[in-house]
Every structure is written in C-alpha cells, then in structure tokens.
Write a protein that binds this ligand. Structure first.
Ligand code: ASP
Ligand code: MG
Length: 409
C-alpha cells in the first residue's frame, strides 16, 4: 500500500464531466489499495474571472480581501469532487486550506507555506476516506486566508506530499509531461522520462508552463518525487526527482528559450574598482532583476558592460542607466529588445567536455551570430537575434540527438 498525493489542475476539473473523469481516476487509485490525498485547482478560467471581478470593483483591492475572493474557486471543485466520489460509493471528505490547516506567512497573494498539520489527514486516511484538499490557499498565524501565487496549487500538492512523506506526488495536467523543448516549435520534441530538480529549475521557460517553479524548489528541498502526467491518458509522464547516474549519461536534456529579455550595453566604462557596483546597485534597488552580465577585458583602461533585463523593465532600466552613464564617464549606451536567449541544459555537462563547442558550431553553421554567452555548471546560454529563435532551437535540438526518432521513441 502506498500513500499517493494527486493534484489536478484547472483544465482537468474544468467541467462537471471532467470532474467525473477525475473521480474515476482517484477511485481507481484507491481501489488499487492506496491511500489517496487529492489536491485540486479551481475550474479552468475561474481564478481569472475572480481576479477580474476584484479589478472591476476597486482600483486597489485590499490584499486580504483579494485572497478571500480568489481562494473561492477551489472551494467549488473540492466539494464537487468529494460529492462525486460519495455518489460512487466512496468515503470522501473535502477540506479548505484553513481547515487542515496549511499554515503560511502573511504575504497575501504570494504566501509561503510554513507548516502543514497532518493530524486530520492521517485520521481520515486511517478510516478509509479519500481526502480532497483545496490547493493554492492557506491561513496565516492571525487567521487570515492567504493564497500562494498563481499556479500555486502545484506547491500545495508538493507541500502536502512532503508533510505526509507520500510515496509519490502525481501532478495531472493537460500535457503528458515535460518535453525536450517546446513541442509547438519543434514537433519532433520528445517527452523526457526523468529529469533532475536542477535541470527542471533551469528549464524554467519550458517547465514553468508545466509546473509552478516554486513547487520544484520545494520538492528539491524535501526530496519529493513529482510525476507530471496527463489526466486524459494512462501513459506515464515525466518524473522530476533527485539526480541519478543515468541522467549523467545524457549530455543535454533540453533546449529552452526566452524571448522576454532585452540587452543593454554601457560603452567605454572606466576599468576601476566600484564601477559595477555603481551600475548594478541602482538597478537592484529599483527591483530590476538582471540576468546575464558580460564585462570585457579593458582596452586603454575602458571596457564595455553588457547585461540583460526583463523586457518589461527595459525602459525603467534605461532611465536609470542614463543617469549613471555620465557620472561614471561612460561614452555611450546601446540597447536591443529584439533578442532571444537560447539555452542547452543538462547535468551531463558536469562530466563531459565539448558540449559548448557543439552548440557554437551548430549555430555557426546556420550563420547565427552569438551576441552574448553565459554558462553555469549545467547550462550554456547564447543570446541571438530574436528572428533566429526557432531556427536555433530546432538545429540544437537535432544536434544533441533529442529528436523523437533518434531517441528511439
Ligand atoms: N487556481 C489558481 C490559479 O489559477 C491556482 C492553480 O491553478 O494552481 O492560479
Ligand atoms: Mg496550474
């Protein structure tokens, strides 16, 4: 007998018929002799509808009331799913986050889970009851309802699995797993059988569409095995878990891209101690997250400093840089919003050489100019002109043998 935590996202519980489908799957898991705790999201589109209502009634809705409102979508789905299971003859019981309780801090709309009391859950499981818990929500020490940020029911599920030391945390969604790259861009992308937490975090731009990134951080911390799979099929999905030896034999696990950054260069910056701090402290203070930074070796005591920021923050960053540039005697500023960051990711890079080389040669063969390069232990990223995104992703996907046929699927 295993303890299984299952999470069903909005599209999986989007209609009454789909809730019935979920109930059948939950019942089957229970009938196979497992203890089952289910976490659900609101019906697809419901949380957006609630957010829009708040915006309509007030320009600045209070954060406390916002959470009271947007947490209601999950109250509907937990009760409907529980009723459905009961009508099928099963013992089922629904709980709001506040009833468990799922204790969080007081940061409304982006609260972090502090602890989960497992007493009620264990008692119910012992009496043969299937538990249905509302995702996305909790309660703070003062008794206020909190929510965990959009997509937060993934994190609820992983946290419940961690608290119960569940055998597995299955996350059911409308895709059947994590792919080697965006399948809409490369139809030959293949499903990854298992991927390490670190790779999944680096793949944010791909993975975030499948799992809330914070849930992966949580799973990594508590060593929860996540099985991402489709609620519309029985095929196994992708396991997100601790790195193992097989994973290292794969050189590159996935190709990610990000078109949401812009590049800013400050030219002819004096090569002196303290200059980088003078440039980046005001950006940091303004809440702008700088991603890649490249500083050249100086020539004649001058150097260029190039970095990327989220596109949405580019104007704000330029304003700040325009103030700093004259102060540090820089000779000019350039910026470019038409860029994309293409990354190859794999834990195999730690133990194999020549991987970056393959990336550069592959891009060169297509005449794609590399504007910036950055590396980490398990990732190499190149900034290229945005118009080459698709081509770059496609040729890299092929060069690293990730196409479906080559991987034997
Ligand atoms: N219902 C919430 C949202 O739409 C939480 C979730 O779906 O994970 O963001
Ligand atoms: Mg979701």
């Amino acid at each position: 007998m295993a303890l299984v935590v299952q999470k069903y996202g909005g599209t999986s519980v989007g209609t009454v018929e789909k809730i019935r489908n979920v109930a059948r799957r939950v019942a089957r898991t229970f009938d196979e002799g497992n203890e089952v705790v289910v976490i659900v999201s609101a019906m697809a589109g419901e949380t957006n509808r609630l957010v829009a209502l708040a915006d309509e009634i007030s320009e600045f809705p209070s954060e406390r009331e916002y959470d009271v409102l947007v947490s209601t979508g999950e109250q509907v789905t937990i009760s409907l799913l529980s009723m459905c299971l009961q009508s099928m003859g099963y013992k089922a019981k629904s709980y709001l986050g506040s009833q468990i309780p799922v204790l969080t801090d007081s940061a409304h709309s982006r609260a972090r889970i502090k602890s989960i009391d497992d007493k009620k859950i264990r008692e119910d499981l012992q009496s043969g009851t299937i538990l249905i818990v509302a995702g996305f929500q909790g309660i703070d020490p003062a008794g206020n309802i909190t929510t965990l940020g959009r997509g937060g029911s993934d994190t609820s599920a992983v946290a419940v699995a961690a608290a119960l030391k569940a055998d597995v945390c299955e996350i059911y969604t409308d895709v059947d797993g994590v792919y080697t790259t965006d399948p809409r861009m490369v139809p030959d992308a293949s499903k990854i059988e298992k991927i390490s937490y670190e790779e999944m975090l680096e793949m944010a731009s791909l993975g975030a569409k499948v799992l809330q990134i914070r849930s992966v951080e949580f799973a990594k911390k508590y060593n929860v095995v996540i099985h991402v799979r489709s609620s519309f099929s029985d095929k196994p999905g992708t396991l997100v878990m601790k790195e193992d030896r097989d994973m290292e034999t794969v050189l590159v696990s996935g190709i990610a891209y990000n078109k949401d950054e812009a590049k800013i260069s400050i030219l002819g910056v004096p090569d002196q101690p303290g200059i980088a701090a003078q440039i980046f402290s005001p950006l940091g203070n303004a809440g702008i997250t700088v991603d890649m930074i490249i500083q050249n070796v100086s020539q004649d005591g001058k150097t260029d400093m190039t970095f990327t920021v989220p596109k949405a923050d580019c104007k704000k960053a330029l304003k700040i840089v325009e103030v700093i540039a004259p102060k540090i005697n820089a000779s000019g500023i350039k910026h470019d919003g038409d860029i994309a960051k293409v990354s190859i990711i794999g834990v195999g890079m730690r133990s194999h050489s020549g991987i970056a080389q393959t990336m550069f040669e592959t891009l060169a063969k297509e005449g794609i100019n590399i504007e910036m390069i950055s590396t980490s232990e398990i990732k190499v990223s190149c900034v290229v002109a945005a118009k080459y995104t698709e081509l770059a992703v496609r040729v890299l996907h092929e060069a690293f043998g990730l196409n479906k046929l080559e991987s034997g699927e």
